[in-house]
Design a protein around this ligand. Structure first.
Ligand code: MN3
Length: 382
């Protein structure tokens, strides 16, 4: 039996994780946590009967408590509720699928409690990799990547000696605006940005994949997860999204993982690692596919990717600034208060003015986030 807590259970990865739980009798859901969507959370509680459920929004937590009064579930709230849900004694694996820096503290709590982490929250490693990776080592817990690219690299490294890695090949679909130039991107709208060619994902990450900021965040995660220097991480645009990423070894061999774009595969692989379980998904039909193509990323037009490398190189609080500025800008873009190009432009301004702190504590990370968000909002409203 795998006892699993799903933090961020009402989002895209969370709901797909629960679909896997539904189809696998060996999975027991011990805890669920969500930001504020208590309607869906209540349904999930009734179906999966977790021991505890946390809601970040205190008011919504009170409402949920009344709605679920007939059940034995313990309703928790706020950040303390999220961390408590992350550390429940009976849990084996915590799926961290909440969006944003709100994910850092619950992940630390889960690691401290000795839980393996099925990592889907990007901010955890981007902003706090220097805290998370040594802590996981110290506590002897595994960080199992859920993101499709990192799972592909993880699968490609199965049984290999990490010292033989020559480079990591991180593939990118290029998003809906691949091939476009700055001039054409000026007037792109929210609905244009949300038309992702291959993957169906949450709104924020879909915009991030249109700007290539998502790929930039993934570069930073690769660095932490696989302990590979930035110079050895190669981003390759592969519009068909069949090769999900891979590893080039010291003898020139490349091992990569292929499959149809479907997040259930990497989620399930993380949950059952090192076992591989059957999964009823669409199979790759090479004759229907016919070709796979590759391009160099256009980092002049999509400078979010170049800025990510710069932030990663600087280290300290700089990746947090990159991420927080992006979160603020994407929020404004989705509310139609900022243009598409404002996103990367504002990230750049925020990074330029930031005086970084090396080796920041969680408090310092969250302070850099707050400052950056405020500054980014002011920049955008000018
Ligand atoms: Mn990805």
């Amino acid at each position: 039996m795998k006892r699993i807590a799903v933090l961020g259970s009402t989002g895209s990865i969370g709901t797909q994780t629960l679909q896997i739980a539904e189809e696998n009798k060996e999975i027991e859901i011990t805890a669920l946590a969500a930001g504020s969507n208590i309607e869906l959370l209540e349904k999930q509680i009734r179906q999966f009967r977790p021991e505890a459920a946390a809601v970040f929004d205190e008011e919504k937590a009170k409402e949920l408590k009344i709605k679920t009064a007939d059940l034995p579930v313990k309703i928790l709230s706020g950040m303390s509720g999220m961390t408590e849900a992350a550390a429940l004694q009976k849990t084996d694996i915590v799926v961290t699928s909440m969006v944003g820096m709100i994910g850092i503290r619950p992940t630390i709590a889960a690691i401290n409690a000795g839980k393996d982490i099925a990592l889907a929250n990007k901010e955890t490693l981007v902003c706090a990799g220097h805290i998370i990776i040594p802590l996981a080592k110290e506590k002897g817990v595994r960080i199992l990547p859920v993101d499709s690219e990192h799972s592909a690299i993880f699968q490609s490294l199965n049984g290999e000696d990490k010292r033989n890695i020559e480079s990591i090949i991180l593939t990118a679909s290029g998003g809906p605006f691949r091939g476009k130039k700055r001039e054409e991107l000026k007037n792109m709208t929210v609905s244009d940005a949300l038309k992702h060619p291959n993957w169906s994902m949450g709104k924020k990450i879909t915009v991030d994949s249109a700007t290539l900021v998502n790929k930039g965040l993934e570069v930073m995660e690769v660095k932490w997860l696989f302990d590979v220097p930035l110079e050895r991480i190669r981003v390759v645009v592969h519009p068909q999204s069949i090769i999900h990423s891979g590893v080039e070894f010291c003898d020139g061999a490349i091992i990569a993982q292929m499959g149809m774009p479907d997040m259930k595969l990497p989620i399930q692989y993380a949950l059952f690692y090192p076992d591989r379980k059957p999964l009823n998904t669409k199979r790759v039909d090479f004759f229907e596919l016919k070709e796979m193509t590759f391009e160099k990323p256009d980092t002049e037009t999509f400078k979010g990717l170049a800025l990510a490398f710069e932030a990663a190189r600087a280290g300290g609080t700089m990746p947090t600034v990159f991420n927080a500025a992006n979160e603020a800008c994407v929020g404004m873009f989705l509310e139609k208060k900022a243009g598409f190009l404002d996103i990367a432009d504002t990230i750049e301004v925020c990074m330029e003015r930031h005086r970084k702190t090396d080796d920041p504590t969680v408090d310092e990370i969250l302070e850099a986030e707050r400052e950056t968000r405020e500054f980014a909002a002011r920049e955008l409203l000018r």
